[in-house]
Design a binder for this molecule. Structure first.
Ligand code: NAD
Length: 490
């Protein structure tokens, strides 16, 4: 069992390079045991405003530094995170619940965004092109937009922050980061790391607090020029409405309902293994997880047999214990929500193929918020489990007869975040992938997200992208200077 390290940070807001106190304290539990990890001070409205104003002040200096200098600080941050990866992973696992190995993966993934945007900082290109009038010229420059308000969820509490912070800071913006209510510790743990990397005071402020309260302040304070949220579609819609009053830019990474299409020629063993890994990842509490697994009728029986054998072998338990494949859900309410979807599906005719409640063997977990790994077949499109984001370790299998039918059903959702296609003929896989109305498709790949790859949703899954060269654009605005062309008297 891994032990939680002594904190190298304070469980309190980080504003202008100092630890502050808000007026409210909140206990942060380990979801595997419900034991409190720390009592965290939340930023009140006054402190959030102070953080925004401090970030505005720091912007003058930060945006005027050379992009190479900004990049050096970001790359140093990446290196310091890697040097501290075990401690960060334990903290992540304790606070979020994911297995330690997944925590290590998240630290590496988060650091890769600091590395990538540290390199991208110097690649913000403008242009000079021919002006229609011979004696004039114009310059197009992409400049930092201003203070960014960043709001992140609890499922990847480090990586979701890293994606936004690294891109915003590389672009020359300063930022105020509000982590999720359930996972403020891993965010605050970044403050000393950024400071050691050389980040000037006020360039990143960290304000734990309530979403609706901090979101409103971000939307109302005139210094905040862009709001970047990763969260549910309902929260994205509320934030967009708040941002509309001052016509603020929004960048939204929202919910999904990913189809996972298993073509008739798929390698069944390989595909079953990947579906399971995808659902074990953060116990299915992932926006891009497979929410509907469409399996061709000719291979369904074999697929279910192999998948259920694998599912039964998995270990669900405390993420800090060795050899655990999946951890708890984030809280008890999440278990109840998932259970309501499963019960509705069973009542409506779905079949329970198998479930794995191995966490029940460990008495120390009886207060934890665990849900069994569950495999369902005979799931219909009309069931709630197929139309709602499950956010739990449940695999719903939907049978199809023709690939055309599978594609059509896959697209019958207001979401458009991720999709997966598994098969052996690459021409068919690519053709199916192109038909899916989603922002990213993994072909024979369960985790296609990387710092180098732009990722964003379409339809109600979001606006904009993170990662790739596109990620920095969310924090840049375009300015044109049109002027007389200087001429040389001969
Ligand atoms: P959530 O929307 O409840 O909360 C996300 C963040 O928004 C939290 O920090 C919360 O405090 C804040 N918030 C809540 N109400 C707000 C408001 N009115 N104004 C401003 N901020 C507000 O989501 P969650 O439960 O933390 O995370 C799960 C959701 O996030 C799922 O829907 C999931 O699909 C989505 N998600 C999307 C991506 C992506 O990249 N598209 C990645 C991870 C999670």
């Amino acid at each position: 069992m891994k032990a939680v390290p002594d904190f190298w940070f304070e469980p309190a807001p980080w504003v202008d390079g100092k630890w502050r106190r808000g007026t409210e304290e909140i206990s942060v539990p380990n979801p595997a045991t419900n034991a409190s990890l720390a009592s965290v001070s939340r930023a009140d409205a006054g402190l959030v405003a102070q953080a925004i104003e401090g970030a505005e002040k720091a912007w003058t200096d930060w945006r005027s530094r050379s992009p190479i200098e900004r990049g050096v600080i970001l790359k140093r941050t990446a290196a310091l995170m890697i040097a501290k990866r075990e401690d960060l992973a334990v903290l992540l696992s304790a606070e979020q619940g994911k297995p330690y190995a997944q925590g290590l993966g998240e630290v590496d993934y988060a650091a890769s965004f600091f590395q990538w945007f540290g390199e991208e900082a110097r690649r913000s290109y403008g242009r000079i092109a021919a002006h229609p009038e011979a004696e004039r010229e114009f310059f197009v420059e992409h400049k930092a937009i201003g203070v960014a308000g960043l709001i992140t969820p609890w499922n990847f509490p480090l990586a979701q922050g890293a994606k936004k912070i690294a891109a915003a800071l590389a672009a020359g913006c300063t930022a105020v980061w509000k982590p999720a209510e359930r996972t403020p510790l891993i965010a605050l743990a970044m403050a000393p790391i950024l400071e050691e990397a050389g980040l000037p005071q006020g360039v990143l402020q960290i304000v734990p607090g309530r979403g609706a309260v901090v979101g409103k302040i971000f939307a109302e304070h005139p210094a905040v020029r862009v709001l970047s949220l990763t969260g549910s579609t309902a929260t994205g819609s509320a934030l967009m409405a708040d941002a509309a009053r001052q016509i603020k830019r929004v960048s939204l990474e929202l919910g999904g309902n990913a189809p996972f299409i298993v073509l008739p020629d798929a390698d069944i063993e390989f595909t079953a293994e990947h579906v399971l890994r995808l659902k074990l990842f953060v116990s299915g509490q992932v926006c891009v997880t497979a929410n509907r697994v469409f399996v061709h009728e000719s291979i369904e029986r074999e697929f279910l047999d192999i998948l259920s054998q694998k599912l039964e072998r998995a270990v669900v338990g405390n993420g800090l214990s060795d050899h655990v494949d999946a951890g708890p859900l984030i809280h008890r309410q999440a278990c109840q929500d998932v259970d309501a979807l499963v019960s509705q599906a069973l009542t409506a005719g779905a079949r329970l193929v198998c479930r794995n409640a191995s966490f029940e063997r460990d008495p120390s977990l009886k207060e934890g918020s665990f849900y069994p790994l569950t495999l369902l077949s005979d799931v219909q499109d009309s069931m709630h489990i197929a139309s709602h984001e499950i956010f739990g370790p449940v695999i719903p299998v939907l049978r199809y007869k023709t690939v055309v039918e599978a594609i059509q059903r896959a697209n019958e959702t207001p979401y458009g975040l991720a999709g997966y296609v598994y098969g052996q003929d690459m021409t068919s896989c690519r053709a199916v992938a192109r038909e899916l109305e989603v922002g990213i498709v993994g072909v024979n790949e369960w985790r296609p997200l990387k710092a180098e790859i732009p990722f964003g949703g379409i339809k109600q899954s979001g606006i904009g992208a993170e990662g790739g060269e596109e990620g920095m654009r969310e924090f840049l605005c375009t300015q044109v200077i049109s002027m007389p062309k200087p001429t040389w008297e001969r």
